[in-house]
Ligand binder design. Structure first.
Ligand SMILES: Cc1ncc(COP(=O)(O)O)c(C=O)c1O
Length: 386
């Protein structure tokens, strides 16, 4: 059967291929250390699970409005006010089936053939594919010389008359780096001047270390707010990756367009998961401190160990749960490094090639300290054999 041009153009994910191979090795009884995880290794908090059980027992198991229940939209508005200093009304909010689905809706609602979407590189691989699926062209801006942080100066050079939107992801997957307030202001000025949209993906906002601060670009003034769609999800913050609830806030007309699309594709996000997300946003948030402390310890340990390995250098990530070391000193590119590391040392990492950075690999520290220690011992031996 002949696939459509749109679907046959989607690049198969190298990440998935490596992950599948590591899984198969584990299933075959091989002791593989996995650093591929894109999700916290903590359980969803009990109060959130209880809210879902209660929803099932109360029969909250039918269709809801396609764009989400009003209570959840209100909770999102309150959260954005409380946490991000952003004022939105429920008709400016859409609830979707995870952050990825939210982003998909945005790309479909805004982009068309001939448009350009600026993508700071390295980037999360899904952005590139979603931009292409919407018929637009990704325009990459290399951030490797500025500690993986987008600067207004480099952004300026990528802007053309065709620029429709910029994707901003801070803290970033894969680098963990954060774009600071002053730079965000300069980026916002460019967006206003050249009148393009900023899609601000803030799914890692709760995972920020040291004295760093995550700032929502839409909070920097009315003009930039009008041009921004702020994206978030309960996935990473509440360890709810399987529940599939994401959301965004932006101008009411775009939200309406996305709701129309959603109403003819997925319909509402799972009714039970919406009730769980409501509890996540409105319930106690104190568990987060403990999670953050664990992530921070693992981050420091992993980066310090990586930097002791000859051929590897790693910048200290400021947020999220990924380290993104430069492995070019080993003489290998990311695919060779990843494949050989898996075959010879039984450690699974993700090649940077998928993220637009072939000299790097991504390691997630969303796993136990024991695993991290074991994996790093193996990487050390692999890179610096006696
Ligand atoms: C940068 C970024 N945005 C969005 C998502 C999507 O999260 P989900 O669809 O699980 O809510 C991810 C997941 O890995 C991510 O890394």
């Amino acid at each position: 059967m002949k696939l459509s041009r749109k679907i046959s153009g989607i690049a198969p994910s190298v990440t998935l291929a490596i992950t599948a191979k590591a899984k198969q090795m584990k299933a075959d009884g091989i002791d593989v250390v996995g650093f591929g995880a894109g999700e916290p290794n903590f359980d969803t908090p009990d109060n959130i699970k209880e809210a879902a059980i209660k929803a099932i027992k109360a029969g909250f198991t039918k269709y809801t409005p396609s764009g989400g229940i009003i209570e959840l939209k209100q909770a999102v508005c309150e959260k954005l006010k409380r946490h991000n200093n952003l004022s939105y009304k429920p008709n400016e909010v859409l609830i979707s089936c995870g952050g990825k689905h939210t982003l998909y809706n945005i790309m479909e609602a805004l982009l068309e053939q001939g448009d350009e979407a600026i993508l700071p590189s390295p980037y999360w691989v899904t952005y590139e594919e979603q931009i292409k699926m919407a018929g637009a062209k990704p325009v990459f801006v290399d951030t490797s010389r500025t500690d993986f942080k987008l600067t207004a100066e480099s952004l300026k050079k990528a802007i053309t008359k065709k620029t429709k939107l910029l994707i901003l992801n801070s803290p970033s997957n894969p680098s963990g780096m954060i774009v600071e307030r002053d730079e965000l202001k300069r980026i916002a000025e460019l967006a206003v001047k050249h009148d393009f949209v900023v899609v601000s993906d803030e799914v890692y906002e709760s995972l920020v270390y040291d004295d760093k601060q995550q700032v929502s670009i839409a909070s920097l003034g009315e003009e930039i707010k009008k041009r921004t769609i702020t994206v978030n999800a309960v996935s990473k913050t509440y360890s709810m990756t399987g529940w599939r609830i994401g959301y965004c806030a932006g101008p009411a007309d775009v939200i309406k367009g996305m709701d129309n699309l959603q109403s003819h594709s997925t319909s509402n996000p799972c009714s039970i998961a919406q009730k769980a997300a409501l509890e996540a946003l409105n319930g106690p948030q104190d568990f987060m401190k403990g999670w953050l402390k664990s992530f921070d310890e693992r981050r420091r340990y992993m980066v310090e160990r990586l930097n002791r390995i000859k051929g590897i250098s790693c910048i200290m990530p400021e947020g999220a749960f990924y380290a993104f070391p430069d492995i070019s000193g080993t003489g290998m590119r990311s695919m060779e490094f990843t494949e050989r590391l898996l075959d010879e040392a039984k450690v699974a990492v993700v090649p940077g090639k998928d993220f637009g950075a072939d000299g790097n690999v991504r390691l997630s520290y969303a796993c136990s300290m024991e695993n991290i220690k074991k994996g790093l011992d193996r990487i050390e031996k692999f890179c610096n054999p006696l």
